[in-house]
Ligand binder design. Sequence first.
Ligand SMILES: Nc1ncnc2c1ncn2[C@@H]1O[C@H](COP(=O)(O)OP(=O)(O)OP(=O)(O)O)[C@@H](O)[C@H]1O
Ligand SMILES: [Mg+2]
Length: 293
Amino acid sequence: MRNDITGRLRTGCFVTVINYCSQKEINMIEFKNIRKSFGDKVVLDGVSHVMETGKANLIIGTSGSGKTVLQKCLVGLIEPDEGEIIYDGKSFTDMTEEDRKLLRQQIGMLFQGSALFDSMNVENNIKFPLDMFTKDSNSNKIKRVNEVLERVNLVGSNKKLPSEISGGMKKRVAIARAIVLNPKYLFCDEPNSGLDPQTSMLIDKLIYEITKEFNMTTIVNTHDMNSVMEIGDNILYLAKGKKEWTGNSKDIIFSDNQQLNEFIFASEFLQDAKNMRMLEAKGKVDGNGNMKK
Ligand SMILES: Nc1ncnc2c1ncn2[C@@H]1O[C@H](COP(=O)(O)OP(=O)(O)OP(=O)(O)O)[C@@H](O)[C@H]1O
Ligand SMILES: [Mg+2]
C-alpha cells in the first residue's frame, strides 16, 4: 500500500507508519508504441516503457530528443498520434475526459523553471491546487500548506514572494505545490535547470526521498549526469525518437551502447571515471585507482 502523505504529515511521524494492507497497490504507468509527429518531424517513433512505482524513473536524452513531449503525452497535455498509455492497469488513452480529470488530481507536476505565480506569495502558490480541487476550510488548507512546507524545509516562508527567494527555494516551493494534493504520480521536467551543482543534488535528494516515503511513481526529465548517477532507478534513454537504452544507474557504467556513452560520459574526464569504475568492478584496480598486482 502506498503511504498516505497526509496521514503521515499530520502525525508528524515519517518512520512509524505501519502498512496494514497486504495487497500491494500498483501505481505504475505503462505506455506502448507512442508515436508523435509535428508536421514532417517525427519526435516519438514508437516508444514503449514502464514507469515503476516507488522509483525515480528518468527520461534522458539530448536537447530536442522528445523528453518534454513524452511527459506531456503521458499527462494528456499532448495527444499522441498512436499508442496506448495505461495508469495502474486502466487505459488513459480510452478514458473519458471526466475520468482523466479525476486521474489528473492524482498527478503532481513540477514544470521546467518552477512556474510559480509571481504575484502570489509562497503560501498562496502552494494553496492554489487545494483551492482548485478541494472544498476544505481555509484553515485546513493552511494547515496542509504548512505540512508540505515543513517537508521541503521551508517553514516560515509563507508570506515571501517568488521574487524574494532563491532559485533553489523556488524549486522547493514548486515541489511543495506538486505534492500538496498527495499525488500518486509526480512528473518533474528538468528539476535542476538553472541550479548550481550542490543545490541540484539537494533537490534530487528531496525528490528521491519523497518518492520513496510516499511510494510515488516519479518521472524526471533530465540532462544532468549527477541526477542519472544519484537517483536513476529506472532510466529511459531517448535518441532519434526511439528508446535507445534502458537500465539503472549501476547498469549505465557498464553499458557498451556507443550513443549512450557519448551522451552521458561526454567529457574525457567522465569517460576516464567510467573506465576506472569498470576496472574497479572487475577487481583490476583498488579503491584508490591503483592497478592491482
Ligand atoms: N507544440 C509543438 N509544435 C511543434 N514542434 C514541437 C512542439 N513541441 C515540441 N516540438 C518539437 O519536438 C522536439 C522535441 O521537443 P522536446 O521539448 O520534447 O525536447 P526535450 O528533449 O524536452 O528538449 P530539452 O532537453 O531542450 O528540454 C523538438 O524538436 C521541438 O521543437
Ligand atoms: Mg524539455
